[in-house]
Design a protein around this ligand. Sequence first.
Ligand SMILES: Cc1cc2nc3c(=O)[nH]c(=O)nc-3n(C[C@H](O)[C@H](O)[C@H](O)COP(=O)(O)OP(=O)(O)OC[C@H]3O[C@@H](n4cnc5c(N)ncnc54)[C@H](O)[C@@H]3O)c2cc1C
Length: 372
Amino acid sequence: MKDTAAYDLVIVGASFAGLVCARAAAIRRLRTLVLEAKRDPGARISTTGILVKEAAEEVDIPPHLTRTVHGVRLYSPSLRSVDLFAPGYYFLTSNTADLLRWLARDCQTAGVQMRCSTKLDRAVRQGEMIFLPQLGLRTRYLVGADGARSTVARLFDLGRNTKFLTGLEVEFPELPMADPDFLHCFLDSRLARGYLAWVAPAPGFFQAGLATNEDAKPDLRAFLTHTEKLFGFSKVSVKERRSGRIPCGGLVYPFAAPRVLLIGDAAGHVSPLTGGGIRLAFRYGRRAAQLIADHLTRHGPPPEAVLAREIPTMRKKLILRRVMNAPPPNWLYDMAIGTPLMNWFARKIYFHRRAGLGDRLETLEQHIKSSV
Ligand SMILES: Cc1cc2nc3c(=O)[nH]c(=O)nc-3n(C[C@H](O)[C@H](O)[C@H](O)COP(=O)(O)OP(=O)(O)OC[C@H]3O[C@@H](n4cnc5c(N)ncnc54)[C@H](O)[C@@H]3O)c2cc1C
């Protein structure tokens, strides 16, 4: 008789990493279940949801869920600014709640079963299987895509994130004074110690936020007051507030045990420098599903052995994170903004390998012309 409560793969967490993993697993014919603590994957979002170009290339997202932004306007603490572009580069800002709902529907179409309002709190190994007592079901493989403070990591004694940035953000339905063609990024060692503050245009709304390292408490109100003359926040009402912790200590170790694997934030797949995790969640979420399917159906190698070779160690970014944790005084940022060295460095961070040599600053029109 068929064991109806047995799955090939149970994934804990229906966000970027878990949903991309689940869809790829179901397409490879694994019987896949996703458990999500929230009532729906798009509820209580805690991310800005900006996709760098490389993330946008991993998943084919319907255009109405995103907005293309070509440039970064970088501000010094005294609010002097410089506009940065790189040929062919762009970001997608997203309606993250709807994007996650769309990813979840796509999973279900591929055959994934989804249980929301279900928080995993127990799991035990039973021979070759993992047993989830609270649900009375067993699985051949368990994936923890359950975020920065992973329950799966705790239950199986895996590595845990220990270093974090703390992010606060508010959403405005509109911000008429903001130039929507730019991500507005603010260097300020007092207000956004160890990271940045930002104002980001999204499809149909705007987000303003900041993150700080553990030496400082984020004070979003102070940032909104400081930049009021640029954006006129006081004239617009706040639609939503969000907050969250961003792992910035690099990969956790160990990230797997037999038939148990962590992906996404749970595994520390977040750039320690930029705090971006969506690209790695997409890439290694999907890759994990391919490797698990190979392992379970074609006697492929243990997924963790392959992933350990493929996932970048982020050593250079961890060194830069240490530098950013003790940021320069604000007067130095004010002096450096717009200098060739600073522009080069900023372009390197924002546009990765596309930064190029030299210091080619363009207007938006020139940039779009050179990109097509
Ligand atoms: C303020 C802020 C802004 C950010 N902005 C960006 C950005 O613009 N671009 C970018 O690339 N990255 C950004 N990040 C980082 C990015 O959001 C994360 O790297 C990304 O969300 C990680 O995805 P994930 O699927 O691994 O985990 P998460 O998105 O954290 O999702 C984990 C899921 O697991 C569920 N879960 C947790 N525990 C359980 C349990 N026990 N049982 C069942 N379900 C459970 C949670 O409810 C959640 O749905 C930001 C982070 C923050 C905090």
